[in-house]
Design a protein. Structure first.
Length: 387
């Protein structure tokens, strides 16, 4: 599923950058041509991934050392999920397309619809129709399918979106190269991130149940707190790409400055809230005294570094808007594999379990310096997406 989601995220980032730049340049003919190219390429790739995943599910589960007692259930769940690859990709693609044209509200409604439908269908199919694990998978697939169909219906009735009339045409080799040039490194980036998280989790597991439970609770809060930074990064990505397409570089610089300012204010506020109310927030998820103590300590330490990880999202979002995906991949490899993982292991060897947060936090700080350096002196401004 991580690989599948990496593919979807790679496509989303490529979609956002390509269409935002074309929108900024006002090139309607190219927008129409790339819309057709994306549609054909995504359909083919989604069907290929879906079919390959469906037939290779069991060997993959064996490769991952899945316990024999749950292979049958896991296989059933994954095969159903692979059936829905096209719909998952489709509604995410349309959402990213609208964001590229400056509409971030409508995609939120698509996601909300999918979430509500999943919440309704899940207990209905799992318990009401006694479908067990298959019911959970079908609930998600049906919800995403309905969200996808609604997004198509929305596009067909909204000419004011700025999208040209859809016309299927043979994709040009240059268009396929551009899409893959952006999507592949972006997808690999997500795999790199998830793999790094898995290594950190293995380190956490070595400290016993209290640390594992406390880290799990802290991560739930961590994921929520980081959402504003992720959203700001996506916003500056679209805005920067539009202005890069329009060759308005002074506005790109202004977007960067305002994005950084928003990041400092918002992430600073969240860090303060988390530092002050860490204990009651952790207790929303766990009650064991040892686990709560670690969760509180972890959050109060990592909160000090939130503005730095937010800075990474902002500056990398601007650079991504230029289409410099390989460079962002390199920055993420540095952040995770050259900094976060080694620092976490080093700090835990010196300070024990508290070193987990210290190592991760310091990696946020140092990686933000790399992002600043590349933003300031890197060659991303010379990137030519369309030739």
């Amino acid at each position: 599923m991580v690989v599948l989601l990496a593919f979807v995220m790679g496509v989303n980032n490529a979609t956002l950058t390509v269409f935002a730049q074309l929108k900024g340049a006002g090139n309607k003919a190219e927008i129409s041509s790339y819309l057709s190219a994306f549609t054909i390429l995504l359909t083919v790739l989604s069907l290929a991934i879906g079919l390959a995943g469906y037939f290779l599910t069991e060997p993959l589960l064996v490769l991952l050392n899945t316990p024999a007692s749950i292979i049958a259930s896991a296989k059933q769940y994954l095969q159903i999920m692979f059936i829905g690859t096209l719909f998952l990709t489709g509604y995410n693609f349309i959402g990213s397309l609208l964001r590229a044209f400056g509409d971030s509200r409508t995609p939120m409604y698509f996601v909300l619809l999918a979430a509500v439908l999943t919440a309704v269908l899940n207990p209905l199919l799992v318990a009401g129709f006694d479908m067990d694990i298959a019911g959970a998978a079908w609930a998600m697939i049906l919800a995403q399918t309905l969200a996808f169909l609604y997004s198509l219906y929305y596009l067909s009735g909204k000419p004011e979106t700025g999208l040209p009339a859809f016309r299927l045409q043979r994709p040009k080799p240059a268009e396929i190269r551009t899409i893959l040039h952006l999507a592949v490194p972006s997808g690999i980036q997500m795999i790199v991130i998830y793999a790094g998280m898995a290594v950190i989790l293995s380190l956490v597991n070595s400290f016993g149940e209290d640390v594992v439970a406390g880290f799990g609770a802290a991560q739930r809060l961590d994921n929520i707190i980081l959402l504003p930074a992720i959203a700001l990064g996506a916003a500056v990505n679209a805005m920067a790409a539009q202005n890069i397409g329009a060759k308005k570089w002074e506005r790109v610089a202004q977007i960067s400055k305002i994005g950084i300012l928003y990041n400092i204010v918002i992430m600073g506020m969240f860090a303060a809230v988390l530092f002050i109310w860490a204990e009651p927030l952790v207790k929303l998820f766990i009650s064991d005294e040892g686990s709560v103590a670690f969760g509180v300590s972890y959050l109060r330490t990592i909160a000090l570094f939130y503005p730095f990880i937010g800075l990474n999202f902002i500056l990398n979002g601007v650079v991504r808007g230029a289409g410099a995906m390989f460079q962002i991949l390199a920055l993420n490899i540095i952040s995770l594999w050259l900094l976060r993982v080694p620092l976490a292991y080093w700090m835990t060897s010196m300070y024990g379990e508290i070193g987990i947060a210290l190592g991760i936090g310091i990696s946020f700080l140092i990686s933000s310096l790399f992002s600043i350096a590349y933003y300031r002196w890197g060659g991303w401004r010379n990137k030519l997406l369309f030739t």
